[in-house]
Design a binder for this molecule. Structure first.
Ligand code: DX5
Ligand code: ZN
Length: 221
């Protein structure tokens, strides 16, 4: 049993930014989220965008904006991303020192608080925080780039988190991110994931709208 109906979150990292309005038109705000990948060229070896672009996305869709901060010192930018329109802000455990304080800071802005873990970070490192989270993001690739292959070995973390959630009657969502498509998403759904981030499999498909529909169908039921 999982806690919620599955949610698909197309990642704009793989979208064409020269026509973002058209790209975002495939998203159904009633059931999908929009995933925004912030990268700082320190925590990960890639550089994307900051609050200005999140603010522009905010004007283009009413969907939940799910902002994934792959950056060092994320606490310095939490307020700016919230002001830009983020509904959910997820920071990396590996980038935090006072993790509980950062989660508290996110919630104090009114946003939902998420904590992300790299593939190499063990379940035991994140388990103590699960009662304090709105969302656990289990990276299913090494963070930094779209278009990488799904790592099935990360599913142990998903199922361990799902089991703890059931045992302790917690309500955090479990999100998977990286290499998710209609082929891999059912594996993650079976392990306990609720939210499915998809970049390449949606925006680089010949028909993104059909790809998104296919992904919704792959995790339904
Ligand atoms: C990777 C990002 C992902 C990325 C996923 O570091 O966190 O959100 O957009 O891209 P795909 O779905 O192409 O693996
Ligand atoms: Zn992401």
């Amino acid at each position: 049993m999982t806690a919620t109906s599955p949610i698909v979150a197309p990642s704009i990292l793989s979208a064409d930014f020269s026509k973002l309005q058209d790209e975002l038109a495939i998203v159904d705000p009633a059931r999908d989220w929009v995933h925004c990948d912030v990268m700082d060229n320190h925590f990960v070896p890639n550089l994307t965008f900051g609050p200005i672009v999140v603010g522009a996305v905010r004007k283009l869709t009413t969907a939940t904006l799910d902002v994934h901060l792959m950056m060092e010192r994320p606490w310095l930018m939490v307020d700016a991303f919230r002001e830009a329109g983020a509904d959910r802000i997820t920071v990396h455990l590996e980038a935090c020192r006072e993790t509980r304080e950062v989660l508290r800071q996110i919630r104090a802005t009114g946003a939902k608080a998420g904590l992300a873990v790299r593939p190499a970070t063990p379940y035991a490192a994140v388990a103590p925080y699960l009662p304090d989270l709105d969302l656990l993001l289990v990276m299913t690739v090494e963070p930094g780039f779209g278009g990488q292959a799904f790592m099935p070995e990360t599913m142990d973390k998903v199922s361990a988190a799902r089991d703890l959630r059931t045992k302790k009657s917690l309500s955090f969502l479990i999100e998977v991110d990286g290499g998710i498509g209609a082929d891999t998403a059912p594996t993650a759904r079976a392990a306990g994931a609720d939210v499915f981030v998809a970049g390449n499999s949606v925006f680089r498909a010949a028909d993104p709208r059909a790809a998104l529909a296919g992904l919704r169908a792959a995790v339904a039921g």
